[in-house]
Write a protein that binds this ligand. Sequence first.
Ligand SMILES: Nc1ncnc2c1ncn2[C@@H]1O[C@H](COP(=O)(O)OP(=O)(O)O)[C@@H](O)[C@H]1O
Ligand SMILES: Cc1ncc(C[n+]2csc(CCOP(=O)(O)OP(=O)(O)O)c2C)c(N)n1
Ligand SMILES: [Mg+2]
Ligand SMILES: [Mg+2]
Ligand SMILES: [Mg+2]
Length: 358
Amino acid sequence: MDEFGSIRHWTNGRQSGELLHGQGVVLGIGDDAAVVEAPPGISGALQWVLAVDTMVESVHFNEATMAEADVGWKALAANVSDIAAMGGEPRHALVSVSAPGAWGPARIRRLYDGLYACADHYGVAIIGGDTTSSPAQLVVAVTVVGTVEAGKAIRRSGAQPGDAVFVTGPVGMAAAGLHYLLAAAALGGGQFVPPADAAAAGTAALVQAHRRPAPSVRAARMLAARGTVTSLNDISDGLSSEAWEIADASGVRLLLRESQLPVSGSMAVYARSKGINPLEWMLGGGEDYVLLGTMAASDAKAAKAALMEAGLPMYLIGEVEAGPAGVDMIAEDRHSGHRAEQEKRIPIQKKGYNHFTD
Ligand SMILES: Nc1ncnc2c1ncn2[C@@H]1O[C@H](COP(=O)(O)OP(=O)(O)O)[C@@H](O)[C@H]1O
Ligand SMILES: Cc1ncc(C[n+]2csc(CCOP(=O)(O)OP(=O)(O)O)c2C)c(N)n1
Ligand SMILES: [Mg+2]
Ligand SMILES: [Mg+2]
Ligand SMILES: [Mg+2]
């Protein structure tokens, strides 16, 4: 059973709707974050948005790929990204750390340097957590608490035929950064040894994308306020996997245009230098922590202009069509330089990071 099948197997339909309703649950398991009614004393105009994400040494990072502070930054950023993916505002965080002997106080303190840097950047208050020992590897789990205007959380399930498909940043850079860091570590016998050649120049941005993702909170808040966004998902497992999640949840087909996908020049140059098709990382690499969404086509250009005005990127990358649920891509016509007379439509598999494989 794969990761998503396992979650369904453990949880599907195991609590009564009555209990969930009684506890104010608006949206439970199955989206980027849960949504819960705020007690009337807090503010009837808001709902809580709650999510947890975990980072495990050797699975999400190792000594060669991330410094301690990077682990702290990314552990919180991954959570902040899930709140953004609901259109919410991140506010509080609880941090659970399970540390083996190799992670002494000085290293954990540096992890917290990164956590606090990310927390300060996004205006999140770290309000508690938990600490245990661990037999071998570091585990850090962050729970984030945010808010959203009542009834306005943006789910994965609202995409409508005719909507425009967008992303809020380039994809594939984090995967390229990971490839570069692992390759450099292989050269250095486990330690990161920066190659001294010219090709290394363009890789700084890739390494930064892998180590210090910058979730699209401002973009999400601006987009959510327009009231025209119909679905939203953050890209942790890969563009194709997240597009499938929207397609499945909404019962629609997402049509992506290869020529419109935001390619980072340094990512494409690095990929080709390794004989890898950049599209592989763009569709299946993951850890981009930008947003993929759909919105009313009539507002898409104005939304893009408004974000651009605020210095925030937004790329219109395709359209939503009526089902059956799935994802297609119109392949770029590299030879003629302009649109081929017969567009080449390729079905895109749900290929991304999966913690358990079948
Ligand atoms: N062990 C678990 N128990 C209960 N719910 C879970 C568990 N693992 C994941 N979920 C829920 O399943 C959904 C999908 O999780 P995940 O794929 O990790 O989301 P994301 O990629 O947005 O972080 C989310 O709603 C999450 O809260
Ligand atoms: C050492 C190392 N190997 C592999 C990866 C790649 N990787 C690990 S987890 C992951 C996907 C994102 O993490 P996940 O726990 O699935 O986050 P979520 O979907 O819950 O937000 C990827 C691409 C990595 N970051 N570091
Ligand atoms: Mg998510
Ligand atoms: Mg998760
Ligand atoms: Mg995942």
